[in-house]
Structure formats: C-alpha cells, structure tokens
Design a protein around this ligand. Sequence first.
Ligand SMILES: *[C@@H]1O[C@H](CO)[C@@H](O)[C@H](O)[C@H]1NC(C)=O
Ligand SMILES: *[C@@H]1O[C@H](CO)[C@@H](O)[C@H](O)[C@H]1NC(C)=O
Ligand SMILES: *[C@@H]1O[C@H](CO)[C@@H](O)[C@H](O)[C@H]1NC(C)=O
Ligand SMILES: *[C@@H]1O[C@H](CO)[C@@H](O)[C@H](O)[C@H]1NC(C)=O
Length: 823
Amino acid sequence: MENFQLVTTLCALLLSTTFLEFSVGVDTLFPHQTIGTGQTLISQNQMFEMGFFSPGTSTNSFLGIWYKNTPDVVVWVANRNNPITDSHGVLLGIAGNRTLVISRNGSIIWSADSLGVATNPVLRLLDTGNLVFADKESESSSQDYYIWQSFDYPTDTWLPGMKMIDDADAGVEKYLTSWKDWDDPSPGNFIFRIVNQGLPEFVVLRGTMKMYRTGNWNGLYFNGIPRFPDAIFDPDMLFKEERLISMVEPYDSSIFKRVKIEKSGITHLYVMNARKDKWNIASVYPRDPWDEYSLCGPNGICRIDRATRCECFTGFAPKFQEDWDLQDWSEGCIRIRPLNCEGGDGFVEVRGVKYPDMLQFWLNSSMSLSECKAECLRNCNCTAYANPYITNGGSGCLIWFGNLIDTRDVIGADIKQNIYLRVSASEVSEIVPESNSDLDKEKEKKRPIKLILISMVSGVLVSVFINRGILLMTRRKRRAAQKKTEDLESPVFKWATIVAATNNFSRENMVGEGGFGPVYRGTLSAEEEIAVKRLSRTSRQGLEEFKNEVILIAKLQHRNLVRLLGCCIEGDERMLIYEYLPNKSLDCFVFDQNRRTLLTWPKRFDIIMGIARGLLYLHHDSRLKIIHRDLKTSNILLDENLNPKISDFGLARTFREDQFVAKTKRVAGTFGYMAPEYAIHGKFSVKSDIFSMGVVLLEIVSGKKNRGFNHCTHCRSLLEHAWLLWKENKILELMDECLNDTFVESEVKRCVQVGLLCVQKYAEDRPVMSSVLFMLGTEGAVLPEPKEPGFLIERSSSTVRSCTAASTNYEKETMSITDLEAR
Ligand SMILES: *[C@@H]1O[C@H](CO)[C@@H](O)[C@H](O)[C@H]1NC(C)=O
Ligand SMILES: *[C@@H]1O[C@H](CO)[C@@H](O)[C@H](O)[C@H]1NC(C)=O
Ligand SMILES: *[C@@H]1O[C@H](CO)[C@@H](O)[C@H](O)[C@H]1NC(C)=O
Ligand SMILES: *[C@@H]1O[C@H](CO)[C@@H](O)[C@H](O)[C@H]1NC(C)=O
C-alpha cells in the first residue's frame, strides 16, 4: 500500500519537476529537482562527484560517486543490485518527504531505505564523499543527523569518515563487498569485515569461507600485522566490553585515501599523490602467500624463513607425509604422542606468532599467564594457552581447545606474542624452544664445511673451519640483546665507555670511513664488540630529537637488519653504536673471483629474500617508516652463516631531511644504486629504495657491478645489459656462470624480472616491497612486464673501490655526493 502511495506521489512529483540548472560546484539537490543522465552533483570543494555512470564497456547504468579528479575511481554505487539497462529517461529525485528514488518513466528502479521523514529535505554531496539526505530544519542544529547517508551502505570502498561495524547487540554490521568484475559493480565474491566472535579481527571471506584473517586484536594491533594501525591509516576504534565494535578513519581534507577490496579478494590501501592526480598503493592485504587461511592445515605453522613454508608444531607430525612432501599441507599435522591429562603434560613456547583462529576457545581478560597455564592443565581438552593482550606486559587468558589453525610467524611481533602449546611431558625435555636454533642447525647441515676447531676463548665461542678451501674463523658472541640491563633501558652510551672501548678512537681501531664519518671498532667486554660511527658535524639536529630518533630506531629488530644499539653524545659530537659484525659485506663475495663460488644459487636466493624481508620491515612492518636511501651491495653484511643483514638504515633519518635536500641541495647516496628521480631531483621515497633493491638484486644474480660495468660492448651499465637481454628473451645469460651447477631456472628468471621491475624509470611503475617479496617468493606468480629501466649516466668517474680491507662495510668508500641543480 505504502509503495503504491509512493509511486503516486512520485508520478505527481515528476510531472511538476524542473531539471536542476547545473553549474560547477552545485552540491545540493532540492525537492522538485532531479538529476538525469549526464548531470552530476559536485561537492563543495570539488572533491567528489555524483551521477549516473556506466563502468568500463558496460551498457548498464548506475548511480555512483567518484573522485572529481580521477573519475575512474568509483567509491560508491547506489543500485549495484539493480542495474539500469536502459538509461533513457532515468532520474534521481526526492520522493515525498522521505526518500530518494531512481525512477524511469514513473516506475521505481531503486529507492533508499530511509527511516525518517524530513520537513524540508535536501540531498547533498559532501567533500568526504558522503551523500546525505538531510532535513534542512535540523541540519543546522545537529550536523550528524541525517535521515539517510551513503556511508551507511558501503560498497567496495572504505573512505575516511565511514564506519566499519560489527555490533551484534545493536544488530548493525557494515562491511565491504567486492565488485563482481571491473565493469560490474554487482556484489562479487569477497567480503572484508570486522568479525567479533572471540577477539575482534578483520577477515576476508569468500562467501562464508575465510580466506585471510589479520589475527586478533591484542590491545595494540591485530596480531598478524604489527604495522597496522600505521602512520597512514590510523583509525579510531570503538570498543564495547573489549569487543571492537567499529572502526573509522578520521577524515582529513589534506590527504585522500581509501581502502578497497578488489574483485580478487585482495585489499588495497590507496593514497593519492600530492598533485592529486594519481593513486598509489600504500599497503596490501594479504601481504604475502603465508597469509592464506589455514595454509599449513591443522596444527601446522607457517615459517616464513624456512625453505618449506609449513612445519608441524612440536610434538606433531604430518598427517599424510606424502602429501606433505609434495607441499600439500592442507591436511595438517597430528599428535605424535598422546597427551596424558593426569599430570603428564608440559608446554612449549612458540614465539612471535599470529595466534591460531579462535574456533573453540575460552577467554578471561583478567587472569595472569600462570593462572592461565593452571586453567589449561585443568581441562583435558585444552591444547594451548596465551595472553590475549600484549598490553601491561601481557595480560589475560586465552585457551584453545582442539586443533590449532592458521598460525604463522610474524615479523615484528611483540615479545609477549607467544603461545604455549600443550605437549606430552616426554617432548618437553627434547625441545629447544629458541626457534632460531633448529634453523641454524639445518643451515649448518647444508653447508659443505669442515670444522677444524671449536673453542672458548675468554668467553667467546671461536670456530675455525674450511669451506671450499678457504680458512674461515668465526666468533659467536653473545647476542647484543643480552647487554647489561641498564644499557638496554637506555641506549645512550657514556662518553667514557666509548673512549675506553675504541682506545680513544685510535687509528688502529678505525675500520673505515663513510659519507657520514669514520667508523671505529670497539670492545665493550670480552664478549661484546661494537662499531662506533662518529658522525661528521654537519648534522644540526637537536640533541633531544637525535636521542629520540636513535631510541626509536634502536627498537627496530629484525634478523635481516644490523642492530643499532644506541648512541653517544658528547658536546656537539654524535655517535651511533652498532653491533659489530666481523664478516665481510656481500660485495666481497658476489664480486670476488674466489669467494663468489661460496654463494650457490640457493644461498643467493636466500640472501635476496633476506634483504627483501629486511627492507619490507623498514618500509612497512616496523612502526616507523624508514627509507634507507643508501641501499647497496656493500651495505649488506653477512653473518657467519652468510645470512644478510642490512646496515646503515635509519642513518638518513637522524640527519634532518632539509640538510640533505633543501638546505645543501645535496644528495647522499651512491652512484649505480640511485634512482633517477633521487639523483636528479633529490626526491626520495620507498620507491627510490626499491630501485636500489633492484640493482642489488641484479648484481647478486649476475655477479657484476652496475657501476663500472664493462662486460658488453653495446651497453654502459648492468641495467642496460639486463634490459637488452630481457628484450631479446635471453635473461638467463645474465646469470653468473659460476651458478651453472646450482641454479633453478624459474627462480633466476623471476629474480631478474623482479629486479627489472624494481629499476623501472618511473617511480610509480615500481612495485612496493610487499609485492616484491610476494613476486620473489611465489612460484608461478604472474609478473608484470617491466618497462625500460632508469639509466643514469655518470658524468664524472670516481675511483672504483676494491674489496681488500677487512670489515669492508666500514671501508673507505666515500659516498658520492652530487650537487643538485638549483630549482
Ligand atoms: C513535506 O513536508 C511539508 C511540511 O511538513 C509539507 O508541507 C509538505 O506537504 C510535505 N510534502 C510532501 C510531498 O509530503
Ligand atoms: C512511459 O510510460 C508510458 C505510459 O505508461 C508509455 O506509454 C511509454 O511508452 C513509456 N515510455 C518509455 C520510454 O518506456
Ligand atoms: C576471570 O578470572 C578472574 C580471576 O581468576 C575471576 O575472578 C573471574 O571471575 C573470571 N571471569 C570469568 C568470566 O570467568
Ligand atoms: C572435552 O571434549 C569432549 C568432546 O568434545 C567433551 O565431551 C568433554 O566434556 C570435554 N571436557 C571438558 C573438560 O571440557
């Protein structure tokens, strides 16, 4: 009945309707006005536009909202379920005093389901991208009061100001649903939403099947992605009895950003550039193939550093070993020895992981970890326990029953983010809980080494071995993390300590000089050596700022980063204290006639992946976003197991930006590795690091330096050489011939292609680090075609360094400094 009335009113309305006189910037529609095909509303400051559109080549018409500057980016669609097949005579108007309708020739195609009635209704497109149906009478008194708003009906895009909600009590849920296809906005397969059973998290569903989950909220972040919330996306969260009910990113008119679930189920956070004409991907979820839900099956865990992705938890073995060997992990693992509930069970700690899905669980937010353990032991069905929250040094009790599903390593996880796995008592004694140790052993096994001597020399474990005819000696020091506690608390070292450690900065202790100043080796104690970088006095950064910066960077920990231990300040002297790595840097292996044979293909691939992970951590995973700015092969140090560690990161950060760019108009970096936009315009970004990463990658594969390249007659650089080979479809020829016995063709090809993608001329074409890692690590991944690299032709030649000094990472290599053209 009501519908009939509406139609009658509508017909009456349409007869007397006047078309809106559209001029630029009209953002409001009044009753008795309509919008037809080709007419639009434009928000006050020209941010968004609303009207009828046909996506791609589709002939269907939809009412949508898009960015005025980038009309291809549609953020909302009204009638995604009711496509208009014939847009002739289609009109959007206000019907009665209560609703918004799309009609054609008197029949309603779509109407907004509003609840209220307005005395004086208006439809307005706001600069936030929200289309609101408001009552002019109440609008001025209460800004938030809308009878209807498009933000309540999200399609595939989450805009700042728009809430994602899962509030079962209130019966409200708002989430994103992907488009069916790029030219079809009807609801597709994928849903991105808050799920709030157990502890809240974000989940991507395909229909009702979980595809990816972020891990549960742990009080600070979702435990599978420690970098979120981050600097770009830092939403306000509303909790109700510890449940995350809603999330909304505050609107900020100075930055355009949006989260979109693509038709493939991948979620992207896009941010618009400063010129407001191009969107860049700021982050991607899932981040890597290991995010796939239950990839390793029940009781399996994804180990992102291992050769095989999945392992069984301690005390478990593959359910079907044959499947497992063929990398089909879906059936997971089963317990080797049964539990003995009558007092015979123990626990092993599994550190730094995304917690298993809360399928069957018990939660108490006030219990301590020891009470939790007792609770777990009391219940024979309990399989693991953990602190659900990492706040307050870890708190609460979360207990899992039954199989543990979807657990993975998390880089950058909090030290409290551990689960305690119930195992039979007989397992406990055999277990070394330190997760690194078995990895080391595994690597040790693979290496063709002959150990000659292991001995303790004044507290330091020294081992001497022969590796392919080369005598090597390593000293395994205690981890820097085991520093005296007072040092841990304060990363500011005393001047006297540093003077004593470096023998008053004696010449003998000087191990190199870089662009930022000389480097000294120092000895704190028999067990601990440090590298002291004495910064040249060009930095005018304030003392407190410098200290804060160092404290922040010192908190970064990743197995592929050299650790910054702290700083020392005396007068206007500033020093950075690093862990000291006695081994050589990567260039001394890759470019050395003898040592390069030590780096077999599997090892090189490991190194590439390690560097990529380290850089991903700097760019995205750490809570600071760090751009390295001087990534190069000689800045990658190798530890005793030839694992790569990126050094000198964050250095640029401790200098003020303007000192390098604005004030001195100078660029710190190294020729051969600098992206064109950085070398020429001083513009740096994560994409200039990606460029450097690409060069390093190609150098590792080819065993040749980009700079001073003289291996082909037609080209002047490694990049050019690689590009020519690529175009001739002969990229395998780029590979170092000493890899002939060990290479894996698909991996080499993938590495070269990814390398070329990284060094593309235009920064916007280059992938972000998470994609780089994904592409490198995914067998069979379909990679984009690279475009031409950015070749940078060096004008002045300078000395090409040689690799003779010990500890070459600190060697005397002056960083190239180019003067920028005045702008
Ligand atoms: C809308 O509300 C106003 C004020 O109550 C009323 O005068 C007018 O008739 C209403 N219009 C319609 C179409 O119901
Ligand atoms: C509109 O409706 C009228 C009356 O119902 C009908 O005669 C006319 O053919 C329709 N026009 C279109 C374009 O559908
Ligand atoms: C949680 O644990 C505390 C301390 O043991 C207890 O007082 C409280 O009743 C428990 N709450 C629930 C809901 O079980
Ligand atoms: C353990 O699980 C079984 C089967 O689901 C159930 O029957 C039993 O009551 C559970 N025991 C406890 C102590 O919860």
